[in-house]
Ligand binder design. Structure first.
Ligand code: ADP
Ligand code: ZN
Length: 286
């Protein structure tokens, strides 16, 4: 049996599956303190005979095996989880191999092997929700280095009509500070989902997202860019982003047809848990 945890800042999804990735059981647990949440996680997994596990976690997390913070949730704004040895606690409970990466790297892996990027060897998965986070799979492997990508905090130039100062506690007007759900809400005084009819909202949103996507394309040349998260439920954003992306790139590099390049997830809300199960499967195959 494979076990998987998609650990989000709001909720944890736990699932078990066979090696064909058919999910046998799953539960959702609210993210409170590590003790409480992991207590419930262990209660769930204790029922099964697991061969390996995979975890896609909110972060920032330590992913470099040569550093002391490997397996830890590190500088997260969720204070109860700051500097928590998440992976260590799981390994202490279950003496099995455990795959470990970010929630968005896991989602990228899920989409690559089972979703919108099937048949490709690389993709980026960007979630635009409470925050903005991006993961990538390159040559079939989640992209990591001394740490992991933090694609949401890249710098963008301001829209000429936008005077909003930004909400990122670290950088103010980075991409997340200008374009995540809470930034939209603070700029207009209304939740993003209540602004569907306001054309300028989505033009400014697309202006920022397209800049980031252009930079990701220039740096990584991924075969697909998959955009998920609550804000991307505003489907009118897709053509606006593709248009702006095309204008910015100005023909400099050839990309796949943008309708097939900048796309929605195929696995919907299951991208992260599917990717986490794939991490578990890869541990078993090692
Ligand atoms: P999280 O990032 O916490 O996992 P979501 O991806 O749902 O969860 O992101 C929540 C953010 O997305 C909120 O700021 C919310 O206003 C925004 N959001 C959720 N649904 C929609 C929608 N249908 N249209 C626009 N924005 C949305
Ligand atoms: Zn930032």
């Amino acid at each position: 049996m494979l076990g998987a945890i998609e650990a989000g800042g709001t909720k944890f999804v736990c699932a078990i599956s066979d090696e064909a990735l058919t999910i046998k059981e799953r539960i959702t647990i609210p993210t409170t303190t590590p003790e409480e949440t992991l207590g419930k996680v262990f209660e769930f997994f204790d029922q099964f005979e697991l061969d390996s596990m995979g975890i896609g976690s909110f972060g920032p997390i330590g992913v470099n095996k040569d550093t002391e913070s490997y397996g830890y949730v590190t500088t997260t704004p969720k204070t109860a989880w700051k500097h928590t040895d998440f992976l260590g606690k799981v390994k202490e409970r279950y003496n099995i191999p455990v795959g470990w990466t970010t929630d968005v790297n896991a989602a990228a892996l899920g989409e690559l092997e089972r979703g919108a990027a099937k048949g490709k060897s690389s993709c980026i998965y960007l979630t635009v929700g409470t925050g903005i986070g991006g993961g990538a799979v390159v040559d079939g492997k989640p992209l990591e280095g001394f740490g992991h990508p933090e694609m949401g905090h890249v710098l963008v130039k301001m829209h000429p009509d936008d005077t909003f100062e930004g909400v990122c506690p670290y950088h103010k007007n980075c991409l997340e500070g200008l374009a995540a759900g809470p930034a939209i809400e603070k700029r207009y005084g209304k939740k993003a989902q209540e602004l569907t009819d306001r054309k300028e909202v989505w033009e400014i949103e697309a202006f920022y997202l397209a800049q980031a996507l252009m930079n990701y394309t220039l740096i990584l040349s991924p075969e697909k860019i998959i955009l998920g998260g609550g804000v991307m439920k505003q489907k009118q954003l897709f053509p606006l982003i593709r248009n702006e992306f095309q204008t910015l790139l100005n023909g400099y590099v050839e990309t796949p047809d943008l309708d097939t390049y900048i796309i929605s997830p195929e696995l919907g809300d299951d991208a992260g848990i599917t990717g986490s199960l794939l991490l578990a499967l890869k541990e078993l195959e090692k």
